[in-house]
Design a protein around this ligand. Structure first.
Ligand SMILES: *Cc1c(COP(=O)(O)O)cnc(C)c1O
Ligand SMILES: [Zn+2]
Length: 379
């Protein structure tokens, strides 16, 4: 049962039954539950619906606005590595794992009486927010960089969202969202659904961690390779592992959490290499993997802490490596991956070559989106 929200940095607590963004200190709020082995017997899952809402006891208590998100396939990929797997998030509604986060966030926003939502996005979050807002009858305003791949822009438009194209990256779009909200006072106010600036997108994304455990018979892999932007996936999965341990579902072993970024936008990898807990804004960010074009992330310290605690690492790949690896991943598995998914293969191969990963390690690569939305990246 959801009990309260707690600040990820200063620990200050808040009532969950209110529309709220960040802590007064400016850092993300995370949902806290009262968890014990009696919360949910994992055996009960077998008969449940194949969506992320099968884990409803550890999700916010609201009516689910669902389009069938989650419970995505985990493909064994022996042509890539003996015990390598691809978790294919590209089959989610709106073709990315952003569906999980937006299903949870829009469901809670609706539950709390919100009427209008807004968010900056590199593409996939906007599409997902537009879709769930359409289903929930909320008005949605998306703010994307002008050079976002066309598929995302058309998708948002057809899903009924108000599309704003901005000359600047996602952080500039975030400032535009603030300006938009401040200049349109209303009751209830327009709610900002930016990554980790509201508590529930991470709750949706954490279901990837639950699913991975369930699909691997409650034995987590040795390593998870994850393309990192704002960090909801890393933060969410790490949280899921902790929650599952508290319910007695898994032990204390954790996968090495491996963050992959583009060489042209690598704030987390840079901070990791420098031993820092907070990341500087990455200057002149550029990469064709739009989901990785996040020069500054509010959850930087949460990611950096968990990567270190897991014995993982943070590395970069070039756009050329990413595109070549997307072709390799796709042709070796049958999953037409997003460039962000390709980035995980390029990174895992580097780490196997360097000996960081051994050839017998069980490795899960996250293909976070569909190649179909990124045709411009694959010329
Ligand atoms: C948003 C996005 C990412 C980054 O995800 P975070 O969980 O915010 O770090 C990676 N890949 C794709 C395809 C995305 O849309
Ligand atoms: Zn705080």
């Amino acid at each position: 049962m959801l009990t309260h929200l707690a600040c990820s940095l200063c620990g200050k607590t808040y009532d969950w039954n209110q529309v709220i963004n960040t802590c007064t200190c400016g850092k993300p709020l995370l949902a806290q539950y009262d968890l014990s082995p009696s919360t949910l017997d994992r055996k009960a899952l077998a008969d449940r619906e194949p969506t992320m809402w099968r884990y409803r006891e550890v999700l916010p208590p609201c009516e689910a606005i669902s389009l069938g998100e989650g419970f995505t396939p985990l493909h064994h990929a022996p042509r890539l590595g003996e015990r390598w797997y691809v978790k294919d998030e590209g089959v989610n509604p709106t073709a990315s794992f952003k569906a999980r986060g937006m299903s949870a966030a829009v469901s809670m926003a609706k539950h709390l009486g919100v009427k209008v939502v807004a968010a900056p996005s590199a593409g996939n979050a906007a599409g997902a927010m537009a879709a769930y807002s359409a289903k929930a009858s909320l008005e949605a305003h998306v703010f994307m960089p002008r050079d976002t791949p066309k598929a995302f822009i058309v998708e948002c438009d057809y899903l009924g969202a108000h599309v704003n194209l901005i000359d600047g990256l996602i952080n500039v779009c975030g400032l535009e969202v603030r300006k938009f909200i401040d200049s349109h006072p209303s009751n209830p106010p327009i709610f900002d659904l930016s990554t980790l600036k509201e508590p529930y997108r991470a709750e949706g994304k954490k279901t990837m961690g639950y699913e991975l455990a369930e699909q691997m018979q409650w034995r987590l892999p040795d390593a998870i390779v994850y393309p990192t932007g704002g960090g909801t996936g890393l933060v969410g999965m790490w949280k899921a592992f902790d929650e599952m341990e508290r319910m007695g579902w898994i032990g204390s072993d954790r996968p090495k959490m491996i963050s992959v970024q583009a060489e042209g936008c690598a704030p987390i990898a840079n901070a990791f290499a420098k031993g820092e807990r907070f990341a500087d804004e990455f200057p002149n960010a550029h990469t064709s993997a739009s989901g990785l074009r996040v020069p500054k992330a509010i959850a930087d310290f949460i990611m950096l802490d968990l990567i270190r605690a897991s014995g993982g690492t943070a590395i970069t790949v070039t756009d050329a490596e990413m595109v070549a690896a997307t072709r390799e991943l796709s042709s070796a598995t049958g999953v037409f991956a997003a460039p962000e998914g390709g980035a995980t293969l390029a990174a895992a191969q580097k780490l196997r070559d360097s000996g960081f990963l051994s050839s017998t390690d069980t490795v899960v690569l996250f293909n976070t989106g569909s190649g179909l939305k990124y045709l411009e990246a694959f010329v």
